[in-house]
Design a protein around this ligand. Structure first.
Ligand code: UDP
Length: 475
């Protein structure tokens, strides 16, 4: 009665399995969602607990999350692909391996045993599997086992809308992009222009197209789609997705973000690096709103020349800065060294660290701007602290995020073209010193207020999380 109960006043306990894509920008929001769901009670008296599935590649350390249960699944990623670390290659390898790959035990066996262990009554019944939007093969396997799937989209609603429309965009000839048409509008998806679409000019484009097709199919075949955004940020984009996925029979499309504000799980966590907290003490010594925080996320990289230009651009701006230089930031180097004379030149006003407690940094009063690659997590984290941005997108959805920041929310601008120290200095002055920067900052503060509202107890994201909990318990 306890397991199936509810009607007789007993608690309907339910277990949710979650399976993130093993990359920082995907693990963080999935663990945050897990944190938001764990121990949560639904309207009918049900209660949820969470089991996290993870791969050996970029494995999550269970000891850091004692409240959650963990199960390792075989990933079947060939060693050379793992060593290379290219995200598209790894998505493909993971899906191939899970979809009837040769690993032993197979993904299916392990998933079946995780579900069966629950069924023996030692743990509550598994209601559903929440997968990262890139894990189509996990969805197929879950369907074979009769387990419903929900999809977590760790990018924006606009990004999912764009991926759903990708086949049509290809058919209409927007891609491959022609040099003369880069600034032409994509009529179907305002305010995007051709240059904002996800396209790589190298041989990987075929794989990118395949992966984007999988993403769309996975969303369409799911019971529900959960997006790390909020209703007031992307109303039209969410409306369009809801209409489209409703036609595919997807029961719910929920905007539950920003997830890092709903659950502190994994704040500042890194797969390989420890957040350097000395930067918070250093920020304490800096004037309010004076510091530019510079970070390009966990994957984006620079070539040696770009690295030099960034260093000397920061130096020549005369502005205080906190710069995250990951050991793998510079292509081809294991440990980039700062240029000669740089540290002396910026002494007292510049700090370089390997990994930041980013959410805390962005919330610090001394931080007045963020130079970012516009990964979606970084973008949301900056929006949620009212910090305006200089944008230098590199790949995937980053260009699209930059476009929205500049053209829709007007809380940042793109640093266009090749990285060059003079242009960098100009951009930093524009954001941190000039009148235009002050106006952008004001708009960022207004946007933050909207986001704060969505997190209040009757705010849209709290309502969405409650709906999600009740939906899961009803499954
Ligand atoms: N991050 C961090 N410290 C750093 C750099 C990044 O904690 O020094 C976190 C950041 O807060 C964000 C994630 O790493 O949650 C990066 O995700 P994002 O989507 O911004 O970019 P990606 O790494 O996926 O390109």
């Amino acid at each position: 009665a306890t397991r199936r109960g509810g009607g007789d006043g007993s608690i309907r306990r339910r277990r949710v399995l979650v399976f993130p894509l093993p990359f920082q920008g995907h693990i963080n929001p999935m663990l945050q969602l897990a944190g938001a769901l764990h121990g949560r009670r639904g309207g009918g008296g049900g209660e949820l607990s969470v089991t996290v599935l993870h791969t050996r590649f970029n494995a999550i350390d269970p000891s850091r999350y004692p409240e959650l249960a963990f199960a390792e699944v075989p990933d079947g990623i060939p060693p050379d692909v793992a060593a290379n670390g290219n995200i598209v290659d790894i998505i493909v390898a993971l899906n191939v391996a899970m979809d009837g790959g040769e690993s032993s035990p197979s993904f299916r066996d392990v998933l079946a045993s995780v579900v069966a262990a629950d069924d023996e009554g030692r743990k509550p019944r598994a209601s559903c599997l929440i997968i990262d939007g890139n894990l189509m093969a996990a969805q197929k396997t879950a369907a074979e086992l009769g387990l419903p799937t929900l999809v977590l989209r760790t990018g924006s609603a606009a990004c999912l809308g764009c991926y759903l429309a990708y086949p049509a965009l290809l058919q209409k000839g927007y891609l491959p992009p022609k040099e003369s048409q880069l600034y032409e509008p994509v009529e179907e998806l305002p305010p995007l222009r051709v240059r904002d679409l996800y396209y790589t000019s190298n041989a990987n484009q075929e794989l990118v197209r395949k992966v984007l097709g999988w993403i769309a199919e996975t969303a369409r075949n799911s019971n529900g789609v959960v997006i790390n955004t909020f209703d007031e940020l992307e109303p039209a984009e969410l409306e369009r997705i809801r209409r489209e996925l409703d036609g595919d029979g997807v029961a719910i499309v929920l905007a539950v973000g920003p997830l890092h504000k709903l659950s502190p799980m994994n704040a500042g966590g890194s797969l390989h690096l420890c957040p350097d907290r000395s930067c918070i003490e250093w920020l304490d010594t800096q004037a309010t709103g004076s510091v530019l925080y510079v970070s390009f996320g966990s994957l984006a990289s620079l070539d040696s020349n770009e690295f030099l230009e960034v260093a000397w651009g920061l130096e020549s701006s005369g502005q205080p800065f906190l710069w995250v230089v990951r050991p793998d930031l510079v292509k081809g180097l294991d440990k980039p060294s700062l240029p000669d004379g740089f540290e002396r030149a910026v002494e007292g006003r510049g700090k370089v660290i390997k990994w930041a407690p980013q959410q805390e940094v962005l919330a610090h009063h001394a931080v007045g701007g963020f130079w970012t690659h516009n990964g979606w997590n970084s973008t949301l984290e900056s929006v949620s602290e009212g910090v305006p941005m200089i944008c230098k997108p590199q790949f995937a959805d980053q260009m699209l995020n930059t476009r929205y920041l500049e053209a829709v929310w007007a809380v940042g601008f793109e640093l266009v073209g090749k990285l060059e120290r003079g242009e960098i200095k100009k951009a930093i002055k524009r954001l941190m010193v000039e009148k235009e920067g002050a106006e952008i900052r004001e708009r960022a503060k207004e946007l933050k207020k909207k986001m704060d509202q969505c997190l209040e107890s009757s705010g849209s994201s709290q309502i969405a999380i409650n709906r999600l909990v009740n939906y899961i318990i009803s499954l």
